[in-house]
Design a protein around this ligand. Structure first.
Ligand SMILES: *Cc1c(COP(=O)(O)O)cnc(C)c1O
Length: 424
């Protein structure tokens, strides 16, 4: 029988992997001179080596060309956001005109709710998952208040029906149908940040539309993690950030999606000059004429320095391809799961669903014995350069990212836990 815990086994799995070379495209932080086993791409992805050149190109153009750099190739700033459009559309399964890189995730969520949360006399409610990422909940609650609606009556939070805090599709469907007539908007995550559960977005959009509401998705933990088919999902809008699995740097410029059927919508929106129809933007007229598609929600001329690393990141995604990355991701996370089942089950309980279709790369691991024991283990791992992240009260999230993590990284984590539980 193969020894899952042997170096040879992990090495053989890595050697057989067609995508293994992508790790060398990243700068991996070191710990005591050795590369970390970095499993925190769910929080801040690592720096692609190519990012620096793109940032330096912007700095160089600024120093040598200044205002002219808006128009000088290569990398002219005026159409700079268009450089990321096609590869970004490919990552999220959208048509190019349906996506735009702009602002931050929470800002985009607000902008799109201004357009797509339109309460009527009958429909005032927004439905989200209980335990949503705080920023999303704050955004939703503040939109309700902004419309003069009391969140106690208009914010519907669906409780997870499984003991581990995950949702069955039936629970989601029942909640949407139960409140259907009052729902204006369903805002659901692609992957839930705490549990790592992935959802069938197409099905959620279908049910939401059946009851007559708008379907919006927060894909912060899904983009760059799972292949998405946003256009085919039928979602009305989606938002996400680029500093997690998209590896575009701290506070990176975020993304959003507006389905083609809303490309020329006359819904209200908060407008800015960069959303104005391109051919006439610089006539500087007083009346706002939105450019069709997602671009029409832009407010400002984009932060070029902030967009530059996204180019390097998208280059890697284009070369690797989301489907191949997902296949590798399933192998890495499956290996992590197998190691836990083989020897670590007394210490680590996997919260994330076991079915690959219901998860991305992340496993959320509840440490047996409660918070204090969990913290001790977490700190013990960190002290060896094994970097996950901690979610109160007792969960360690480990996210093997298929662009840069290896089976050897995963083995290093499992061995460290194994040694710790033997000594603890
Ligand atoms: C990471 C994350 C955010 C962060 O919001 P920012 O506006 O990028 O700071 C918001 N929502 C979810 C679900 C997240 O995972």
């Amino acid at each position: 029988m193969t020894d899952l815990f042997s170096d040879d086994h992990a090495r053989a799995l890595d050697d057989a992997d067609a995508l293994r070379a992508f790790r060398h495209e990243f700068l991996i932080p070191r710990h005591d001179g050795v590369e970390q086993a970095y499993f925190c791409g769910n929080s801040l992805g690592l720096q692609p080596k190519g990012a620096r050149a793109h940032v330096e190109e912007v700095l160089r153009k600024w120093s040598e060309e200044a205002v002219e750099a808006h128009f000088t190739a290569p990398g002219a700033w005026m159409p700079y956001h268009e450089l990321v459009r096609d590869p970004l559309a490919a990552v999220v399964g959208a048509q190019p005109s349906e996506v735009v890189a702009m602002n931050s995730l929470t800002a985009n969520l607000h902008l799109l709710m201004v357009s797509f949360y339109q309460p009527t006399v009958e429909r005032t409610a927004i439905l989200i998952e209980a335990g949503a990422f705080p920023s999303d909940r704050y955004a939703v609650e503040s939109q309700l208040k902004y419309r003069g609606l009391p969140p106690e009556h208009t914010l519907i939070e669906v409780q997870p029906d499984n003991a581990d805090g995950t949702f069955s599709m039936a629970a989601i469907e029942n909640a949407i149908r139960e409140h259907g007539k009052r729902l204006a908007l369903v805002l659901w995550p692609g992957v839930q940040y705490r549990t790592g559960q992935a959802f069938d977005l197409k099905e959620i959009a279908r049910i939401t539309h059946e009851v007559g509401a708008i379907a919006g998705f927060d894909l912060a933990h899904a983009v760059g993690n799972l292949p998405l088919q946003l256009h085919d999902s039928g979602a009305d809008f989606a938002v996400w950030c680029h500093y997690k699995y998209m590896n575009s740097g701290p506070g990176a410029v975020a993304g959003c999606f507006v389905h083609e059927r809303h490309a020329r919508t006359d819904r209200p929106r908060f407008a800015g000059w960069w959303g104005h129809e391109q051919s006439t933007r610089f006539r500087m007229g007083p009346d706002f004429v939105p450019t069709p598609g997602a671009d029409g929600w832009q407010l400002s001329n984009p932060p070029i320095l902030g967009l530059a690393p996204l180019r390097a990141s998208l280059d890697l995604f284009s070369r690797a391809g989301m489907d191949a990355l997902r296949a590798r991701s399933k192998r890495l996370t499956g290996y992590l799961e197998a190691l836990i089942h083989a020897r670590l089950a007394d210490t680590l309980q996997i919260v994330t669903p076991a079915a690959p279709a219901q998860r991305g790369c992340q496993l959320s691991l509840r440490v047996a014995g409660g918070r204090a024991r969990g913290r001790t283990l977490f700190e013990h791992l960190g002290a060896q350069g094994i970097i996950g992240d901690w979610r109160e009260p007792d969960v360690i999230r480990i996210s093997p990212a298929p662009l840069y993590n290896t089976h050897a990284d995963v083995l290093r984590f499992a061995r460290a836990v194994d040694r710790w539980q033997a000594g603890a």
